[in-house]
Structures are given as C-alpha cells and as structure tokens.
Ligand binder design. Structure first.
Ligand SMILES: [Zn+2]
Length: 418
C-alpha cells in the first residue's frame, strides 16, 4: 500500500512489527528500558536495520548512540542529522521516539532509492537511553554526545545501589570514553531534525496533521521542606496547630493555580507530599513536597523562583509553618530554529498537510542538539494526547505524513542552505 508522496507502508509495517519483539515480558505494554536485555537485543537488531536502509559507516559511538551516514555529493559538507530514540519507559508505548528513528531510516532509504544524491551527508542517530532511568538522568546518549555528561554523573547511584558508570560498563560501553569522547563542536552540523509524536492533545483535538515545534519547555524542580509543630491529634485545638502537611497540600494547590494563570504554555505538577510520619494520632510537624514546573515562556520561567518563594511562603505562614525551598534546573527552554520552523511548515504545505505551531512540554534528545546545530522538530498526533503508557497510539496515516514531511524538510534544507 502506498500513501502520501508514494511512501510504502509495507516497509514501515515490517519495522514496527520487528521492533515490537524486543520487549521485557515482565511488564504490560511495550517495555524496553535502557540497560535491559530487551534494549541490548534491540540495539543489535537496529545496527543491522541501519545497514539494511543503505546507511554507511554504521557504528555505535563512544556515547552508546547508533550512527549511520548516507553520503552526499560533497563529503566534507556539514551533515544534516536526523535522530530520536528507541528505549521506552516501563509499561511504555510503541511510538515515542521509535517513530523518529524508523522514520529517519525510511527517509534515508527513500532518498537513496530515488537516485538523487543530496548535496550534504545525511546522518541518522538512534540515541542511547533517552527516557528517565533509576539514575535520575535522561537523554544519556544525546547528553554525552553534546559533551554534557560529567564524571560526577557517572557516580549517580540507583535506588538498588548501582553506579551509572557501572551500568554503562555492564552494557558494553566505556564510561570514561562517554565523558571524554570526541564531541561535535558547535556549528559542525548543518541542521538537526527530529520527528516525534506530540505526547499531548493539540493536534488530535484540532485535527491538524503536523505540529511545527516552537520550543521545548524548560524544566525546574522544587523540593519544599515545611517545619511546623508536632502535637497530639486529639488535644491540639484547630486554631493552635502548625500542621506542616496542610501547608504542603495548600502549596500544591498554589502551584496548580500559578501554572493555570500563566499566559503561555506552562505546567506545574506536584508529584510527592510526605508527612514523614506514620502515626495517625500526631499532627504532622514536618513535611516535604516535590514538584516540577515546565514552560516555554522565558519571562515566566525565569521568574519562577522569585514568584513562588512569595506564594508558597504565604501558604506556609497561613498554617503557622516555616518553609525551606530547594530548586534545581533540569534543562533550560530549548528554542527551535526559526528557519527550520519555516522549512517544516513549507514542507507540510507542499504536501497538502495542515500544520500549526506547538510547544513541546516533554524533553527530547533535540534539546541537547541545540548546542551543536540549528534544531527543528516535527510532531504528529497522539490520540487523546496519551503517551508513556500502553494506550499510546498514532495512526499509520499520521506516521506516513510525518515521514513525508521529514523527507521534504531534509530536501528543502539540503537545497536552500548551501
Ligand atoms: Zn521520546
């Protein structure tokens, strides 16, 4: 069966069917977590698929990424790079990341089969370990490729007491090379493009074919420690209490209201509130709240700490508590390249597909590529916005649309930017 722009669905069907065999049977859905035997087996298969797609110099780099190249007319020209990931979360889906890698392979194969040689080399990368892992560090391969994985990161320890460096070694990687390997310097790639499912509901709800990603949200994480007063749950009258758990719960609502009031894309999620006690007859005197905030709005994102320090301390004071806030920056806002946004929009229009600008609330490997090359992202719909779950679904016609836009964008970038 052939659809838009003559893309063969048979080859895509086979790739999706084959990769779905590499899953951990201990979990529901599709589970292929980094460092797992299923992921190891899948990567061996993927190396062969890179070769089968006609890519040359196929290898696993110092950072665990699988890399292949379709040579261009000018071998010394800066490459156009396509990438994404094929690991999943536990009980994950079949499309997150996978669409981008399999789509890039299809694009490379179609360009090769067309007989037209690109001006520039086309590089395809299946990035190592993009999803969250027990070591608390996402995007291992793209982070390392960008030179942002540190010796200190290798000392991160999982809840089971294993070092990240040891996990990498057990997986067949050399951790010392992962932090000291040859990194592409800023400007050494011509462009980086990533096809990905939206993992949100804008495209599905509006019936729009393609999302041109405007920016990927920055992420800040927060730990709030509330100090109140332990008291007898029977004896302490309501007005005299200093209930630290209520202060934290009220703060969770304040975080929610804060994000709801943002003029642009912003989300706040409280993931954990703990009274740090089990006794049911004690007024909680201590509590801890963990939350994260994401936004693509630079002004809002930049002022989060200041704005929330006031709002949250007011909630703490309301319940007679002291508050200590600890912030950490997970990643800054990553803006996509304006010219690549225009290129992706033009490619969609040429193919007769509707498009709209969308922010990305999820982090992607592309965030780490912004230090190397102009970066662009193409989103295709996720049904009901579901992702990181077995229900994650993107219809085949949307996958084909995404591949067509990715190929057209590559050709436009190759032609228009000598
Ligand atoms: Zn992903």
């Amino acid at each position: 069966m052939e659809t838009i722009d003559g893309i063969s669905t048979g080859r895509i069907d086979r790739l999706f069917a084959d990769i779905e065999a590499f899953v951990d049977p201990a979990f529901d859905g599709w589970t292929r977590t980094v460092f797992s035997p299923a992921y190891k087996a899948e990567r061996s298969w993927m190396v062969e698929e890179f070769k089968r797609a006609g890519l040359e110099d196929v290898h696993t780099d110092d950072f665990g990424n699988i890399v292949g190249i379709l040579p261009g007319r000018h071998s010394t020209a800066k490459p156009i790079v396509l990438g994404s990931h094929t690991d999943t979360v536990e009980r994950g889906g079949r499309f997150d990341g996978i669409v981008g890698v399999l789509g890039a392979l299809e694009v490379a194969q179609r360009i090769k089969e067309s007989g037209s040689v690109l001006n520039r080399p086309l590089m395809v990368i299946d990035f190592f370990g993009e999803e969250a892992n027990p070591f608390g560090l996402t995007c291992l391969g793209s982070r390392a490729l960008a030179g942002s994985l540190t010796v200190k990161d290798l000392e991160r320890v999982s809840p089971e007491g294993k070092r990240l460096g040891d996990a990498m070694q057990s997986f067949g990687l050399d951790p010392s090379r992962a932090v000291s390997g040859k990194h592409p310097v800023r400007g050494s790639w011509h462009a980086y493009l990533e096809l990905h499912i939206e993992q949100s509901s804008t495209l599905d709800q509006t019936g729009c074919n393609i999302g041109v990603v405007s920016a990927t949200a920055g992420i800040k994480r927060l730990v709030g420690r509330y100090m109140g007063q332990y008291d007898h749950a029977g004896g302490a009258r309501m007005k005299s209490r200093k209930d630290a758990l209520l202060a934290a719960a009220s703060s969770a609502l304040a975080l929610h209201e804060f994000a709801c009031g943002s003029p642009e894309y912003a989300v706040a999620t409280t993931t954990h509130i703990d009274s740090l006690q089990l006794a049911q007859n004690v007024v909680p005197g201590r509590s801890e709240l963990r939350a994260e905030l994401r936004s693509t709005d630079s002004a809002w994102f930049g002022a989060i700490e200041k704005d929330l320090a006031l709002r949250l301390s007011m909630r703490a004071t309301e319940f007679g508590c002291e508050l200590d806030l600890e912030w950490s920056l997970d990643n800054e806002i990553a803006h996509t390249d304006a010219t690549l946004q225009e290129t992706i929009a033009a490619a969609s229009t040429i193919l007769g597909l509707s498009w709209t600008a969308v922010p990305s609330g999820a982090t992607h490997d592309s965030v780490h590529m912004t230090g190397i090359a102009p970066m662009g992202m193409i989103f295709i719909p996720s049904i009901d916005g579901r992702s990181h779950c077995p229900e994650e679904f993107t219809p085949k016609k949307d996958i084909i649309n995404g591949i067509a836009v990715l190929e057209k964008s590559v050709r436009l970038v190759d032609e228009s930017r000598p």
